[in-house]
Design a protein around this ligand. Structure first.
Ligand SMILES: [Zn+2]
Length: 468
C-alpha cells in the first residue's frame, strides 16, 4: 500500500498571470480502420447505428468551452483535426448540442445541414484520401440534457453550481461535435472559461495555472493519451481540489463542498486502489489519475478517463471498480457496444478480487451465491455477450454474469495463467479497441486449452450454464 502526500487547494486559484494560451500539439491517436464505402452516417455499431461516421479518423479535439452556471449558456468552438480515409465531398459529425453559427474546413467556410444527430458538412474543396484536414465549429446556447427511457440521464448535465459532461454511451454529441465512434480514439484539449471562482476540471493534466481575464477564468486541460469520446468529461462548479501522488503518478481528486464527499478519503482510497491495481494489471495507463465527487443526481459513477466522476461519496468497491476500468474499458476499449461485458464484467470481477484480498468473501463464494439462483430466474435471461441496446447496463447479465464468466475462465485456466491473461490483455491492447474473440484467442494461446465452449455457454447462450 502507498499513502499519498496531499496538498489541498480551495476554489479556483485566482493567479493573475498573463493568459498563456499555448496550444497543445495533438499526438496522433491509434490508427482506426475506417470502413470504406456506404453511407457516411454511422460507423456500423450494432446498438448505436447512427453513432460515429465513416471516411475519416479524428486525431485531436480542441474544445474551447465557455459556460455560465447562472444562465446555463454554453458557447463552444470545437477544432477537430482529422485524416480523410477516402476522398470526401462531404462528411458527417454527430451533434445534438446548441445552435451552430459557423463551420469552416481548412479555414474556408463550409455549408452544413442537420438531421437528428447527423451533422453533414460540405467543405468548399473536396478532401483527398490520406490528407489531414481541420474542421472548426462555432456554437452556442443552452444544451438539453439527454434523458433516455432506458439508459437514463447523460450528456451535458446541470448541477446546482455548474455542469458536468458524462457521455456513456453516446452523449458527447450533446456538448460538442464528434465522431462518436467508440473505435475512433483521439487526444483532447479542453479550454474551459467560467465566471471567476468557479472551477473546471477535465480529463488529463492541467496546463499551467488558471488564467484570469476580467471577471472570467480560463483553465486548460490536456488528455495526451488516446481516448474514446464516451470517456471525455468536464466538471464545472465549486470544488475542493487535492493534488496528491501515487508514486510518480499525479492523483487529482476534487469534491463538491456541498456534497457528502470526503476529500481526504477519496484521495487516499483512490491511491490505495490504483497502487493495488498496478500490481495486478501493470502500470497505470494514463498520465494522471484521480476522481471527482459532484452532486449531479445521475445516481451512477462513471469511469471517465483518468478521473472517474462519482455522484456522491463512493464506497471503496466503487472506487476500485471505476479505477479498474482505466485498464479495462478506457485503455482497452470494445470495438462496439455489444462487447460492453469486456468493460463491466472485468471491473466487477476486480471488485471481487479486491474483496478477496482485503478480508472480504472469496471470488468463489460470490460466484456461488449468484450461481445458486435457479435456472428459471430472470437473472439468467439475456446473452452476456450480446445483451441488446437497452440492456448494456444490465446488472445481472452484463456485470455479474460478466464477472462470473471471468471466474469460470480463472477456474478453468488456473490462477497463474488467468493472471498472466489479465496483464497480457491490458499490455497488448493498451490504447486499442478489442472484441471478445481477441480475449478468447489470447486466453487459448496462454492456456493451450479449448475455451470456446466456455465462452459460448457463458456469453452467447441464454439460460444457466452447466459447470463441467
Ligand atoms: Zn463499470
Amino acid at each position: 500500500m502507498m499513502h499519498a502526500m496531499t496538498r489541498r487547494q480551495r476554489g479556483a486559484a485566482a493567479i493573475g498571470l498573463a493568459c498563456a494560451m499555448a496550444m497543445f500539439a495533438g499526438v496522433p491517436a491509434t490508427a482506426h480502420a475506417a470502413t470504406a464505402g456506404g453511407s457516411p452516417a454511422g460507423a456500423g455499431d450494432p446498438y448505436f447505428p447512427l453513432a460515429g461516421n465513416q471516411g475519416y479518423d479524428v486525431a485531436h479535439y480542441d474544445l474551447d468551452l465557455d459556460f455560465t452556471p447562472a444562465t446555463h449558456v454554453l458557447n463552444g468552438q470545437a477544432t477537430i483535426s482529422a485524416e480523410a480515409k477516402k476522398d470526401l465531398t462531404r462528411f458527417n459529425l454527430d451533434y445534438s448540442g446548441p445552435a451552430i453559427s459557423r463551420i469552416t474546413v481548412d479555414g474556408r467556410d463550409a455549408t452544413y445541414s442537420q438531421d437528428g444527430q447527423e451533422l453533414t458538412v460540405v467543405p468548399a474543396k473536396r478532401l483527398k484520401s490520406g490528407h489531414d484536414f481541420t474542421v472548426k465549429v462555432w456554437y452556442g446556447g443552452v444544451p438539453v440534457t439527454i434523458d433516455d427511457p432506458t439508459l437514463g440521464i447523460y450528456g451535458w448535465i446541470y448541477t446546482d453550481d455548474g455542469a458536468v459532461g458524462l457521455n456513456e454511451p453516446d452523449g458527447a454529441r450533446n456538448w460538442y461535435p464528434v465522431n462518436d465512434d467508440i473505435g475512433d480514439k483521439a487526444t483532447y484539449t479542453f479550454r474551459i472559461t467560467t465566471p471567476n471562482g468557479v472551477n473546471a476540471l477535465a480529463n488529463g493534466e492541467q496546463q499551467g495555472p488558471p488564467c484570469v481575464n476580467g471577471d472570467r477564468t480560463t483553465v486548460t486541460w490536456n488528455e495526451r493519451k488516446p481516448m474514446s469520446s464516451y470517456l471525455s468529461m468536464v466538471a464545472i462548479g465549486k470544488f475542493d481540489v487535492t493534488n496528491g501522488r501515487i508514486g510518480n503518478l499525479a492523483n487529482v481528486t476534487a469534491v463538491d463542498p456541498t456534497s457528502d464527499g470526503d476529500g481526504a478519503v477519496l484521495q487516499s482510497t483512490t491511491a490505495e486502489a490504483i497502487a493495488w491495481e498496478q500490481q495486478k494489471f501493470g502500470r497505470y495507463p494514463f498520465d494522471s489519475a484521480g476522481g471527482i465527487v459532484d452532486k449531479s443526481g445521475v445516481e451512477y459513477a462513471l469511469e471517465t478517463q483518468g478521473r472517474p466522476v462519482y455522484d456522491g461519496m463512493p464506497d471503496t468497491d466503487t472506487i476500485v471498480h471505476e479505477n479498474a476500468h482505466q485498464w479495462f474499458g478506457d485503455a482497452v476499449t470494445p470495438k462496439t457496444w455489444r462487447d460492453i461485458w469486456l468493460n463491466e464484467g472485468f471491473a466487477t470481477y476486480v471488485e471481487w478480487m479486491w474483496d478477496e484480498e482485503h478480508g472480504g468473501p472469496t471470488a468463489q463464494s460470490v460466484f456461488d451465491k449468484y450461481y445458486a439462483k435457479p435456472a428459471g430466474d430472470k437473472f439468467w435471461k439475456l446473452k452476456t455477450g450480446d445483451p441488446g441496446r437497452d440492456e448494456i447496463f444490465s446488472g445481472s447479465a452484463v456485470y455479474y454474469r460478466g464477472a462470473m464468466t471471468l471466474h469460470q475462465l480463472r477456474t478453468t485456466m488456473g490462477d497463474r495463467d488467468f493472471f498472466t491473461l489479465l496483464r497480457t490483455w491490458t499490455e497488448k491492447y493498451r490504447y486499442r479497441n478489442v472484441e471478445t474473440k481477441d480475449l478468447l484467442d489470447l486466453a487459448q494461446s496462454i492456456s493451450h486449452k479449448n475455451l470456446k465452449p466456455l465462452f459460448d455457454a457463458w456469453l452467447y447462450t441464454e439460460g444457466k450454464p452447466a459447470i463441467p
